[in-house]
Write a protein of this length. Structure first.
Length: 228
């Protein structure tokens, strides 16, 4: 008799528990959190480019990661790279850095465009553009009077000093060895000083289009000696 009473009590408790649940309510099963490996940004991609255009590389990259993207017009850049089994976000960062681009995500779409130039870059480009329009220095600059004494002085230092005295920039080509110069110049023209130094070192010079004088090796076909 005692056993029967206990069984009835257990059944009653089970029925009471069911009765406490509102009609139609279903307790959902817990949904597992998305792991990093399942995130689209962490999807693994492989990119191999041998002179391919960045547009094709990006199309392949986004297709592998199953991501939507829009590429700004007039984007052109040739890429040489090999990225194997790399996370999508890192691969995208590398490709954009190489091509001077940036990718901005808006909702679920990536907008790829040319990277905004820094203030320093804009200033440098502006100065370069101004220099292009300056034209050559007046030939009369070569008549400027020079006085100096050099003893085992580096060629580049000599040219810097000549340029300082004549108020003109004198550039020495990177291929020119940094010769040691011995010279005494007393109230001579800049032309004579350049002729003397360049002849001794087997060099030549020209007036450039950005108001400077360029010194280079004799075999450099881009340079011609300034005429009298």
């Amino acid at each position: 008799m005692k056993t029967f009473t206990t069984s009835v009590l257990l059944v009653a408790l089970a029925v009471a528990a069911v009765a406490d649940t509102p009609a139609g309510q279903v307790h959902p099963s817990p949904t597992p959190a998305i792991t990093q490996s399942e995130s689209p940004l962490k999807a693994k991609v492989t990119v191999l480019a041998k002179g391919d255009d960045v547009r094709s590389v990006l199309t392949n990259l986004f297709a592998q990661a199953k991501q939507q993207f829009v590429l700004a017009p007039n984007i052109r850049f040739v890429l040489y790279l090999s990225l194997d089994n790399m996370e999508f976000d890192r691969a995208l960062t590398i490709v954009c850095a190489q091509a001077g681009l940036e990718a901005v995500k808006d909702d679920d779409v990536y907008f790829v465009r040319a990277r905004e130039k820094s203030v320093a870059q804009k200033v440098a480009e502006k100065h370069a553009e101004v220099r292009k329009t300056l034209g050559p220095i007046p030939v009369s600059t070569l008549k400027h009077r020079i006085s100096a004494r050099y003893a085992k002085t580096d060629l580049k230092s000599v040219m810097d000093d000549l340029g300082r005295q004549a108020n003109v920039k004198i550039d020495v080509s990177g291929e020119v060895p940094n010769y040691k110069i011995d010279a005494v110049l007393v109230n001579t023209s800049l032309r004579y000083a350049l002729d003397m130094v360049c002849k001794a070192a087997r060099l030549k010079y020209e007036l450039t289009e950005n108001q400077s004088i360029r010194v280079a090796n004799l075999e450099d076909n881009r340079v011609s000696v300034a005429s009298n």
